[in-house]
Design a protein around this ligand. Structure first.
Ligand code: 4AD
Ligand code: MG
Length: 431
C-alpha cells in the first residue's frame, strides 16, 4: 500500500492509502469519531465508523490524545467542503507515540504562553498557514530576481562596518578584534553590483533595537537588491514590480492558507504596480492638515504617522526625498537641494508600516569620505568601501525589503513575531 501525503490525496480518490499524521483535534459520539489529521502538507478529516472498523479500532481511535503520532490506513473519498476536496474513510489506526497533556489545547491561550511554546505552536493551523505564505514569498523572491537577471550574492554576517548607524549594533569579539552582526549587507552588495551588475542578497540581519512594537524583531531576514547604472526613479519601479509580484504569487499559490487566515483578499487583489509616491515634504504637510502637531520638518515618522499616510491609499505608498539629517551616510543628495536625499521608504497598507528602505548611493569619492567623517564612522573600516567610489564608480541604487513585515502584511498577522519561525524579540531568546 502506498504511503502518501495529505496534499497528494486529490490524485488518489477511491484508493486505500496510508498516511503518517498527528491528531490535531477530535470529535466523537458512540458510533462515529471525526479525527482532524495533519501531516505537515495539510489537514484532512478522518471518519471512523464503529460498524466499519469494529469495536477495538473504534475504541483505540476514540482514546487518542491530541498531537499523538499515527499511521492511518483509509480510503480517500470526495468531500467538496474540505480544503483539498477529500475526506478519509478510516480502516485502521496505528498509534506511533501517544502525546499526553499537550499544552496547547483548542481553547484560547495568552500570547506569552504561546510564545513560550513556539516550538509546539508552529503546529497550529494559523501558524502553519503563515509559514506557507512565508515560504511562497521566499520562492517568489528568487523567481523575480532570477527572471530579471539578478545574481544572488551572500554578504558576510560578521562585519566591521555599520551601514545603518552605530546605535543598534550587536557587538561580539572576533578573536582579538571587535566585530558586529550584520545589520544590513548593503555595502557588500554595492561591491558585488560593481562586479556583477544586478545582485540581490537574502539573509538574516540583526538589530539590537530597544523597540517593543508589533513591527520590530531583533533578528530578521532582509532581501537587498543592488543595481549598477540604476538611478532613484528606476529603482522605485523595480521595487513596486517586486512587491506586486510577491502579493500576486501568494494570491495564486496560497489560496487555502489565505482563507484559513481569514485574509480579506480583495485588498490584496488591488496591489499592482505602479504604487503612489509622495514626497516627505508633502507627507509633513498632509500630517499637519490631519492634526498631527507633534511632528516638524526634519523629524522621522513614527508608526502613527506612517499609518495615517498609508490610510489615504489602498496600495503601498512610497515616501520619497527625506531630510539628509535622518538618513544614513551613503545616500545620494538631491541634485537641486542640499537638504534632502534621493531615497524612499515603502509603507505597506493597513498599518503594517515600512516594508522597504532604499536609495540611490553616493558615487563621488570626496563626498563619500566627507559623509563617513560627518557620521563619525571609523574611516579605516570603510577603506574598502571607499575603493568602490575610487575605481570606476557609477550611479547605482538599491533597497532592502524586510521579509517578516511583508509576511505579516500579506498574511494579515497582527504581529511580526508570528511571521518568523522562532522570533528573537526584546527579552526573548527562548525557545
Ligand atoms: O530601512 P532599513 O534600515 O534599510 C537598510 O538596512 C538599508 N541598508 C537597505 C538597503 O538599502 N539595502 O531596513 C530595511 C527594511 C525596513 O524597511 C524593514 O522592512 C526591515 O528592513 N526592518 C525590520 N524588520 C523587522 N524588525 C526590525 N527591527 C527591522 N528593521 C528594519
Ligand atoms: Mg528604514
Amino acid at each position: 500500500m502506498k504511503t502518501i501525503m495529505i496534499h497528494e490525496m486529490p490524485n488518489h480518490i477511491g484508493e486505500t492509502v496510508r498516511i503518517g499524521a498527528w491528531l490535531a483535534n477530535k470529535r466523537s459520539s458512540g458510533k462515529i469519531a471525526f479525527l482532524q489529521l495533519r501531516d505537515g502538507s495539510g489537514f484532512v478529516q478522518g471518519v471512523v465508523v464503529k460498524e466499519v472498523v469494529g469495536e477495538d479500532v473504534f475504541a483505540k481511535a476514540k482514546a487518542i490524545h491530541q498531537e499523538s503520532s499515527l499511521y492511518i490506513t483509509a480510503e480517500v473519498t470526495v468531500d467538496e467542503r474540505s480544503s483539498f476536496g477529500v475526506e478519509l474513510q478510516v480502516k485502521d489506526v496505528e498509534v506511533i507515540k501517544e502525546a499526553v497533556d499537550y499544552p496547547i489545547t483548542p481553547k484560547e491561550h495568552g500570547t506569552e504562553f504561546l510564545m513560550d511554546h513556539r516550538h509546539l505552536w508552529l503546529r497550529s493551523r494559523k501558524q502553519h498557514a503563515i509559514m506557507k505564505v512565508r515560504d511562497e514569498i521566499i520562492r517568489a523572491t528568487y523567481e523575480f530576481f532570477h527572471t530579471n537577471g539578478f545574481v544572488k550574492i551572500d554578504p558576510p554576517i560578521l562585519t566591521g562596518s555599520s551601514p545603518e548607524g552605530t546605535s543598534e549594533l550587536f557587538h561580539t569579539k572576533y578573536f582579538d578584534e571587535d566585530a558586529y552582526l550584520s545589520q544590513s549587507g548593503q555595502l557588500y552588495m554595492e561591491a558585488a553590483a560593481m562586479a556583477l551588475g544586478k545582485v540581490f542578497s537574502f539573509g538574516p540581519t540583526f538589530r539590537a533595537e530597544k523597540s517593543k512594537t508589533r513591527r520590530h524583531l531583533i533578528e530578521f531576514w532582509m532581501i537587498e537588491p543592488e543595481m549598477a547604472f540604476v538611478e532613484h526613479a528606476e529603482s522605485l519601479e523595480v521595487q513596486e514590480q517586486f512587491v506586486a509580484h510577491l502579493v500576486q504569487s501568494v494570491l495564486k499559490n496560497c489560496p487555502l492558507e489565505l482563507e484559513r487566515l481569514g485574509r480579506d483578499i480583495s485588498k490584496l487583489e488591488k496591489i499592482k504596480a505602479p504604487f503612489p509616491r509622495i514626497t516627505y515634504d508633502e507627507a509633513i504637510k498632509f500630517l499637519h492638515e490631519e492634526g498631527f502637531d507633534d511632528i516638524v520638518w526634519g523629524d522621522d515618522f513614527g508608526a502613527p504617522h506612517e499609518t495615517a499616510i498609508a490610510e489615504k491609499y489602498d496600495m503601498p505608498v512610497f515616501i520619497t526625498h527625506y531630510p539628509i539629517g535622518i538618513k544614513p551616510f551613503y545616500m545620494q543628495p538631491h541634485p537641486e537641494r542640499d537638504d534632502v536625499v534621493l531615497c524612499a521608504d515603502l509603507i505597506a497598507p493597513e498599518g503594517y508600516g515600512e516594508i522597504i528602505g532604499g536609495s540611490e548611493r553616493i558615487y563621488d569619492y570626496e563626498l563619500m569620505k566627507q559623509r563617513i567623517n560627518e557620521h563619525n564612522l571609523d574611516e579605516s573600516a570603510y577603506e574598502w568601501y571607499l575603493d568602490l567610489s575610487k575605481y570606476g564608480a557609477v550611479p547605482h541604487s538599491g533597497f532592502g525589503l524586510g521579509l517578516e513585515r511583508t509576511v505579516a502584511w500579506i498574511s494579515g498577522a497582527e504581529h511580526v513575531r508570528e511571521s518568523i519561525p522562532f522570533p528573537r524579540l526584546l527579552n526573548r531568546l527562548y525557545p
